[in-house]
Structure formats: C-alpha cells, structure tokens
Design a protein around this ligand. Structure first.
Ligand SMILES: [Mg+2]
Length: 272
C-alpha cells in the first residue's frame, strides 16, 4: 500500500527571502496541489496572521488557502483553546498575535487598563516579537506573571536576520521576562511539542511527514524530535558549513526547493 506523505514547510528562507520567492517554490506548491499531497506552512513568526501571509504569498504567485498557514500566534491560540481555561490575556506582540488573541475571545487587558490596576486580573501573559515593545509592557507582564499569570511564549527564536543585520527576536523579549520573574515560560513554536501537536492535528491520516526548513536549531531539531523526515534547504539562515559542523543531522540537504521539486517528482513516480 502506498504510504501517505505530507509536507510541512517553514516559510522565510525556504519559500521566499524577504519579498523574493525562491526559484521553484511556486512550481513545487502547484505540484503538491495537483497531486493532492497535503501540506502546511508553519512559521515561528507571530507578527502576521494567516490572512496577511496569504496576501504576501499571493503577491509572489503562491496561491494557497488560508487554512494551510499556521503561524506561532495561531498555534498559540489553538493550543490555549485546547488546554487552558478561559481568562484574561496580556499581550506583548505584533499585529498578528493581537488578532489571534482577540479571536480567542477571553478578553485582553491592554496597557491603559493595566495602568489602572487590571494587570491583577491577567491569567495569561502571551509574548511574541513586538516591534512596539516598551518598558511599561515588560513591567506589567512582570507584575502579572509574579501575580500568578501563566507565562506563554510564541516562539524561542532569540534573533532573526533582516535588512540591517541580526535583530532581536521573540526569544530575547521572553528572556527579559524570564530574568525579571524567574519563571520558565511555555513556548509554543518550533522545535517544541505544542507546535507539533497543533500541526499534526491538521494532517489526519498521514503516515509520514517531511519537514522542510532552513534552520538547524528550530526546523531540523523539530523534525528529528518528532520523527519527521528532516529536509534542509540552503536558501536561508544556515549554510552547508553549519550542517557539517553540527550534531543535528538532516536526512536530506538540498540547495533549494527547486531541487526538492525534482526529488519529489522522482519519489512520486517511484511510489506509483
Ligand atoms: Mg526560516
């Protein structure tokens, strides 16, 4: 019997770099759609929500339904819905995370309300990358966590590469709150179990998952930890030299998704 495979793609550094699609990405996604191979896009970025990502992908000619896009912000919402009791949320994060926490519908305490003392009612402090981070946000998050609120991080990435070089990521903001509270957060994104649980629940009846990513410490660790085929592409953060120097060993290392397209065609012909 033919084994049913599914693919999980990281996005940045895999399907595109900045606003430039990687050669072969569109053709690969079209092939998967035509062949009926299930796939999802899983990003640790929480600053955009799936509808914003759908627009971005569409502008690069990659046309996928919103429900195949899973951000760490959405994964955080789905995980909270599944595992936690409703309670007020204090958010440090970008627009995407704010939208997801609104959709959660448990009520949000904003900084103005926190200033009036509402930080005492906060049950969950949810932290992602926040381009509008202020000392005051860190202060109320600290007070709420020290008051017993659950500390949740969207993703562990301490940095991310951008135009001027390496920028601080969500993990750096989470680290500040770990320092000020002495509390260990629950972190949702890759390479952690909550991201796997949420992604897996979208891929029913699949025998084998291939995880395609550009980062060893998140994507490839994630793949290895949960028994997925670890497919590394070299169009993003890590280089071939990095791969050779680490103990994390991908199952397959390819220059880009263009070569994955050829690999997949051969694979599909062989299993027919
Ligand atoms: Mg990436």
């Amino acid at each position: 019997m033919r084994r049913k495979i599914a693919l999980i793609f990281d996005m940045d550094g895999v399907l595109y770099r900045g606003n430039e699609p990687v050669d072969g990405a569109r053709e690969l996604i079209n092939l998967l759609k035509e062949a009926g191979v299930p796939f999802i896009f899983l990003t640790n970025n929480s600053t955009k929500d799936p509808s914003m990502y759908r627009e971005k992908l569409l502008s690069m000619g990659i046309d996928v339904p919103e429900d195949v896009i899973l951000t760490s912000g959405l994964a955080t919402r789905l995980y909270m819905e599944r595992h936690f009791e409703p309670g007020k949320v204090f958010v440090i994060g970008g627009e995407g995370l704010h939208r997801e926490m609104e959709r959660l519908g448990w009520g949000i305490v904003d900084v103005d309300e926190a200033r009036e003392g509402a930080w005492r009612e906060v049950k969950y402090v949810v932290v992602g990358l926040d381009p509008g981070l202020t000392y005051e946000k860190l202060k109320y998050a600290t007070l709420a966590i020290r008051n017993g609120a659950r500390f949740i991080g969207t993703n562990p990435d301490t940095t991310y590469p951008a135009e001027e070089g390496i920028y601080p990521g969500a993990g750096s903001i989470i680290a500040a709150l770990k320092a000020s509270t002495d509390v260990e957060p629950l972190i949702i994104g890759k390479p952690n179990e909550p991201a796997y649980e949420v992604a897996r629940s979208k891929l029913d009846g699949v025998d084998e998952i291939w995880m395609i990513g550009d980062r060893l410490d998140t994507d490839m660790v994630f793949a290895k930890r949960f028994g997925m085929k670890a497919v590394m592409v070299l169009t993003g953060v890590n280089t071939l030299k990095d791969v050779e120097e680490t103990r994390i060993k991908p199952d397959l290392v390819l220059p880009s998704v263009k070569e994955l397209l050829d690999y997949l065609k051969t694979f599909m012909e062989a299993s027919e």
